[in-house]
Design a protein around this ligand. Structure first.
Ligand code: MLC
Ligand code: AMP
Length: 503
């Protein structure tokens, strides 16, 4: 399969005046606007010398123009590298060094500009795009609305998305046009998206969920998105009456359930609630079903594989499971030495199919380590399948916390805490949190005579880490529990602190 944008073009609605995006304040963009604005940005990028395979970092707030920027990169065959706009200067420095982008497009308030992170070191072109969709990105008077979609092969990289790692260093997952196209077709079919659908989009657009799963479903069906710059439960309630599909992380549903105005009337047009990116508790699913009559459809994915499995649209959705493998995707459960286990037995989840990424950017060794000899990707998740192929995820072999759908790698935070003056050692763990599913906490051992000030420590960490990674609580202990190999026994810490966030 070729350029993902060609697939979108083939599926645009006949009537290009059909609405594509509506914003919170009522601004409308039809499919013709999408075509014109995407082409115009594509032309600006080309005029600036960007060509196929060049990497473009964008660290911008969520806006329709940010979507057109992403689509423009895809259209000309450049590699889009979206970054979380909450990243701090030190986090961004790492990404700039690693990607060596030809172009950077960011908000004027980004540390990339404020802290002059691009100075001298990088040869990148710098353009701006602010949260109102304005900036120097639109200053090219020669930008044209007629730009050919570039020829690419399926294996060409369309996007690099960063996902952190057990060493604490984020790694860039190279996602190809074929990965995206095949997965877009699979979910579009499975969830029966159509041109009458109105998707309520309140997810960030720098991750698989908001950028690929949501956008691809809409673009393959000529549907409409109500596009909210951020998640706010009152806004969700306000726009639900016009919505047919809501996609979100479990926190969306926990917050909706707690809202006094969630009732039958406001969801009368909804045909589908979808949840993913983190485990949806069976209790939440059941409560939601009781309250609304809708069984939330839970699905499973990850950055390296986009969507892997989904509960069915028309058959039984089993809460606590993430459903069956999507068409053309193989999921197996294996032992540590990659032997396939029988149905019902718990083991490592491995995945193969056209959805599986090409490898980690500049990291062939890590790439090789994460694939088996027969080409299956090791997800780092643990689970089992039932006789009908429904997959249940029971845990993770990777030391990863998922908080409100964001991945937090303890090692990254421990590495930072351990370098602070007066601290000997730390352990970062995730424990049950009523809103975020898991909440991040740190347990530290300070040097003798050093004073412990939780608030101050959090303040220091906020300067170095995006806020969702900053531990919600920090505890000071005289020593951490180690096993005979010297490894911190995190299970015993999780047990000890598991009720910290109890309501
Ligand atoms: C915000 N905060 C979080 C947080 N989100 N802390 C921990 N975990 C989170 N997820 C911080 C804020 O910075 C703030 O800190 C404080 O917590 C309260 O924030 P809030 O106002 O309650 O948060 P809000 O802005 O409402 O965001 C919550 C959220 C958001 C759930 C809407 O986190 C979100 O959009 N999550 C979705 C992430 C996502 O798209 N994941 C998909 C990954 S793709 P302070 O200190 O300022 O008070 C993937 C593959 C797949 O996983 O399968 O889909
Ligand atoms: P990310 O690297 O952000 O793409 O996160 C991927 C991880 O999110 C997976 O490896 C899973 O651990 C987790 N995940 C995604 N969807 C689900 C789900 N429905 N249930 C449980 N975990 C999930």
């Amino acid at each position: 399969m070729s350029n993902l944008f060609k697939l979108f073009e083939e599926r645009f609605p006949k009537d290009l005046l059909q609405s594509f995006i509506e914003t919170k304040d009522g601004k409308q963009y039809c499919y013709q606007d999408l075509i014109n604005l995407t082409s115009s940005i594509a032309s600006t990028l080309s005029n600036a010398g960007i060509s196929k395979s060049d990497r473009i970092i964008f660290q911008v707030n969520k806006s329709p123009e940010a979507i057109f920027l992403y689509l423009a990169c895809i259209k000309i065959g450049a590699v889009a590298v979206p970054l979380n706009y909450a990243y701090t200067a030190s986090e961004l420095s790492y990404f700039l060094d690693d990607i060596e982008p030809s172009m950077v497009i960011c908000d004027p308030a980004s540390p990339i500009i404020k802290e002059k992170l691009l100075q001298k070191k990088h040869n990148s072109i710098l353009l701006t795009l602010n949260k109102h969709g304005k900036g120097t990105l639109f200053n090219d008077n020669n930008a044209s609305n007629f730009v050919q979609t570039a020829d690419v092969v399926g294996d060409d990289v369309a996007c690099i998305l960063y996902t952190s790692g057990t060493t604490g260093k984020p790694k860039g997952a190279m996602i190809t046009h074929e990965n995206l196209s095949s997965n877009a077709i699979a979910i579009h079919k499975s969830w029966e998206f159509n041109s009458d659908d109105i998707l309520l989009h309140a997810l960030p657009i720098f991750h698989v969920h908001g950028l690929f799963v949501a956008l691809n479903s809409v673009l393959l069906s000529g549907a409409t998105m109500i596009f909210l710059a951020e998640f706010n439960v009152d806004d969700i309630i306000k726009f639900l009456p016009r919505t047919t599909v809501l996609m979100g992380v479990p926190t969306f549903y926990t917050r909706l359930l707690a809202h006094a105005e969630l009732n039958d009337k406001i969801i009368k047009n909804i045909r589908l609630f979808i949840s993913g990116s983190a485990p949806l508790l069976k209790e939440v699913s059941d409560k939601f079903y009781k309250k609304t009559g809708h069984r939330i459809l839970e699905r499973y994915g990850m950055t390296e594989t986009i969507m892997i499995a989904s509960n069915p649209l028309n058959e039984e959705r089993i809460p606590g499971t993430v459903g069956q493998a999507l068409p053309n995707i193989s999921v197996k459960i294996t032992t540590e030495d990659d032997k396939t286990l029988e149905t019902g037995l718990t083991g490592n989840i491995q995945v193969a199919g056209p959805n599986v990424f090409k490898g980690y950017w500049k990291n062939p060794v890590k790439t090789q380590r994460e694939f088996t000899k027969d080409g299956f990707f090791k997800t780092g998740d643990i689970g089992f399948k039932n006789v009908n192929g429904y997959l249940t995820i029971v845990g993770r072999s990777k030391d990863l916390i998922i908080s409100g759908g964001y991945n937090v790698y303890p090692k990254e935070i421990e590495n930072i805490i351990n370098t602070l003056d007066g601290i000997n050692e730390s352990a970062v763990i995730g424990i049950p949190h009523p809103d975020f599913g898991e909440g991040v906490i740190a347990i530290i051992v300070k040097e003798k005579n050093n004073k412990f000030d939780e608030l101050n420590l959090k303040k220091i960490l906020k300067k170095k880490l995006a806020t969702y990674k900053v531990p919600k609580r920090i505890f000071d202990v005289s020593q951490l529990p180690h096993n005979i190999m010297g490894k911190v026994q995190k299970n015993s810490l999780r047990e000890k602190y598991r009720h910290i966030f109890d309501e």
